[in-house]
Ligand binder design. Structure first.
Ligand code: MOS
Length: 744
């Protein structure tokens, strides 16, 4: 196993890239500047539906510094991606400038390229577009849907079991459109060299981005290189390419100059995805003792005119609890909006808002403690796939969290708990998220200057991926962190996974470990084979490698020889080897098991009825996500997700003007999200059980699970404090003013 005396795996490790970020040395996509670079600014549609009747660029083209105005009429060929490659892109890229149809407010209709950003901005405002408007569908609610519903999971006989169930819950839960708001705006800088293009991108997946852009631009994949060294987050909004990438690339090709296009915050609200609105009817049937008999979830989500985007609210429903009779159905509702996109915990997060809120209502109906209700219905196996769980400690999450939170002190009555002139509300909910290993290749290299480098074509979305790579190299070689170089964020590197689905950590560990092990084997072979090496002629099997030194097994590492000396004796500048991760679907240890992470959220709210102020004051989160590689970065992910959960529960919602389709609150000033002042006291605990199906280290990843369950725990706490049952997020003051609890 570990070749260092005390392993760094599981040790709180500060970010190795922290100094680069805090000193401003880290280069984000929009930080790349090139000689002779031009600036692109898009022109966006001002109607939600219709056709472009005329597009007059004459005035704009005459303005100072203007180099080019691109639009449907002159963009030239942009290709679609093949139907089998659907997952690699989204429809917005396929349809960029393809026709004269306007399908949503804010759709790109032209792009102006000029010498400076100011000139391009001024000229973009001078492009005259006339439209033939058509009626738009911007209806907020989805309950007008009468189309077909797709059946997802199904088992037993829901209708029969629900009809006979002595206790029932039947309610509809709604989550609004939320817009990803990473601090770093989306941007693309395109630089051509002959028929090769390098794209400096804000991409959560440089390898996929390269494949898609090669298809869209009609280039061989080897002619495209995508670089994303650092990301100021993405939350899913940067998973797949968007049309601005193609616009920058085409403009740069036509002008034979580097072109930068940065999507501003207002355009970001209509052109790079959002979490779609969901409406889900949940029905639960149970015995008088609280055992689930029947569970049904019928959900709808909004999508654009072109996408078949399914916000899979049924993600966690089929396996979370033991229930013999179950059905999940879904439907897509089209509106004149841009394309939706995955957002932190897609599907599961809104889905668990419905399911866990309904479980809390069932507990109230039964007068059973909601924590006991979860334990009573815990699943011993995945009843959907009929497979054992790889590693599930859902019940322990509730037990540990209950103790930490002090749950046994809860009194059930509405408004029955007080503290310092405030009413307290306590609520809880369960959380879950999928786990998988994706294919990954990493190369590890010993250098004659005493450094070790590791490379892979994945990227660090800001979660600590750089540091995890260095930790594994340190664990395997004993070389100190400050002598390890981690090179990521470049599609020219060996293929690595997307920063999506909380899957990078679980996917890269085995490849890095194998790469380090293979490189070490080569080094020991070299030590034995090289003349003048202290180990010349030794059996390789008699050699060990500790703290960066080759030594005889059984002898102290201090007596060994630094790897630099071995490389120098052999006259090698460096020595490298590759390692690969076997994806879950090919790994015999993972094939026959159900792989998920679990969690429990405990929330306290303070309610001051006289001034109608509600605050989330305290959150206890217990997470079962396999082995935790870096508890510092991991706790940061969970705490950040809890803050986002406060936003989901109380603040976030994108609102569209019903006449124009323009986001009314499409700015950082108007779109409410949780900030420091809204942040409760957060207590994060990891159970830290390695998952044997995830390989050597047993880590499942923590990027998303911390958001799951926060909102339903908040609405349960709100009900406990105020007696108001809010089933439509976010919870508003208007809801709470209905409370009969008027005095603290
Ligand atoms: Mo995440 S929504 O897979 O970036």
């Amino acid at each position: 196993m570990s070749t260092t005396p005390a392993s760094i795996i599981g040790v709180a490790t500060p970010r190795i890239d922290g100094p680069l970020k805090t000193t401003g040395a880290a280069e984000y996509a929009a930080d790349f500047h090139f000689e002779n670079m031009a600036h692109a600014v898009p022109v966006i549609a001002s109607i939600p539906s219709g056709r472009i009747r005329s597009l007059d660029t004459a005035a704009a083209e005459k303005m100072p510094g203007v180099l080019l105005v691109l639009h449907h009429g002159n963009v030239g060929p942009l290709y679609r991606t093949a139907p089998g490659d659907e997952n690699a892109t989204n429809s917005e890229v396929r349809s960029a400038f393809e026709d004269e149809v306007v399908r949503h407010w804010g759709q790109y209709v032209a792009v102006v390229i000029a010498e400076s950003l100011e000139q391009a901005t001024a000229a973009a405002a001078a492009v005259r577009v006339e439209y033939e408007p058509q009626p738009a569908n911007l209806r907020v609610g989805l309950d007008d849907y009468s189309g077909k519903r797709k059946t997802g999971s199904e088992r037993g006989d829901f209708d029969g079991a629900f009809a006979d169930a002595p206790v029932k819950v039947d309610a509809t839960y709604i989550t609004p459109i939320e817009t990803h708001n990473p601090i770093e705006l989306h941007a693309s800088v395109a630089v051509w060299d002959g028929d090769h293009v390098t794209l400096y991108e804000t991409s959560q997946g440089v390898v996929n981005h390269r494949v898609v852009m090669a298809q869209v631009l009609g280039l061989p994949v080897e002619n495209v290189r995508v670089i994303t060294r650092f990301l100021g987050s993405g939350f899913g909004g940067k998973l797949f390419p968007w049309p601005h990438t193609a616009m920058a690339a085409v403009a740069a090709r036509k002008l034979n100059r580097p072109v930068k296009l940065s999507v501003n915050r207002r355009m970001m609200f209509s052109n790079v995805g959002y979490r779609p609105r969901t409406e889900q009817r949940i029905r639960l049937g149970a015995t008088k003792e609280g055992k689930l008999l029947a569970l049904r979830q019928d959900y709808l989500n909004v999508t654009s005119q072109l996408d078949d985007f399914d916000e899979n609210c049924g993600e966690a429903t089929p396996y979370l609890y033991s229930v013999a009779n179950l059905e999940v159905t879904s439907g897509l509702v089209r509106r004149n909006l841009g394309a939706p996109m995955y957002m932190r915990g897609p599907g599961a997060v809104p889905g668990l808002f419905g399911l866990e809120a309904a479980m809390n209502e069932l507990a109230d109906e039964l007068k059973i403690d909601p924590l006991q209700l979860r334990i009573l219905n815990d699943a011993a196996k995945d009843e959907d796939k009929n497979l054992p769980f790889s590693s599930r400690h859902f019940r322990e999450c509730f037990e540990v969290g209950g103790k930490k939170f002090g749950w046994e002190r809860r009194t059930a009555g509405i408004g029955s708990m007080r503290r310092e002139g405030k009413i307290l509300g306590w609520g809880l909910a369960g959380a879950s998220w999928v786990a998988l290993t994706l294919p990954c290749t990493a190369t590890v290299e010993f250098h004659a200057n005493g450094r070790v480098s590791v490379r892979s074509g994945t990227q660090d979305i800001g979660t600590g991926t750089y540091t995890i790579f260095a930790q594994v190299i340190h664990d395997k070689t004993g070389v100190p962190l400050d002598r390890i170089d981690v090179i990521l964020g470049d599609s020219a590197l060996p293929d690595g996974p997307m920063s999506g689905g909380s899957m990078v950590t679980g996917s890269v560990l085995n490849a890095i470990s194998a790469g380090a092990t293979n490189a070490t084997k080569r080094l020991l072979g070299l030590a034995a084979a090289t003349e003048g090496s202290p180990f010349h002629g030794s059996e390789v099997s008699s050699l060990g490698f500790t703290s960066g030194c080759v030594h005889k097994k059984g002898q102290a590492a201090a007596s060994g020889t630094p790897f630099v000396e071995i490389l120098n004796r052999a006259r090698l500048k460096s020595l490298r080897a590759e390692g690969k991760t076997q994806p879950t679907w090919e790994d015999p240890k993972a094939k026959g098991v159900s792989l998920h992470s679990y969690g429990a959220q405990f929330v306290e709210v303070e309610w001051e009825p006289d001034i109608a102020r509600l605050r989330v004051s305290r959150v206890v989160t217990v997470i079962d996500a396999g082995r935790i590689i870096n508890p510092k970065a991991a706790a940061n992910q969970i705490a950040g997700a809890v803050v986002m959960g406060v936003g989901m529960g109380l603040l976030e919602e994108t609102v569209y003007d019903q006449r124009t389709g323009q986001p009314i609150n499409g700015s950082m000033a108007d779109y409410l999200m949780a900030t420091c002042a809204d942040t409760p006291n957060i207590d994060v605990t990891f159970l830290d059980y390695p998952d044997p199906a995830m390989g050597e280290y047993g880590a499942r990843g923590v990027g998303e699970i911390g958001l799951a369950g926060v909102a339903p725990a908040i609405t349960a706490a709100v009900y406990h404090a105020t007696g108001i049952r809010v089933r439509e997020l976010p919870v508003r003051i208007e809801h709470l003013l209905q409370s009969k609890i008027v005095e603290a």
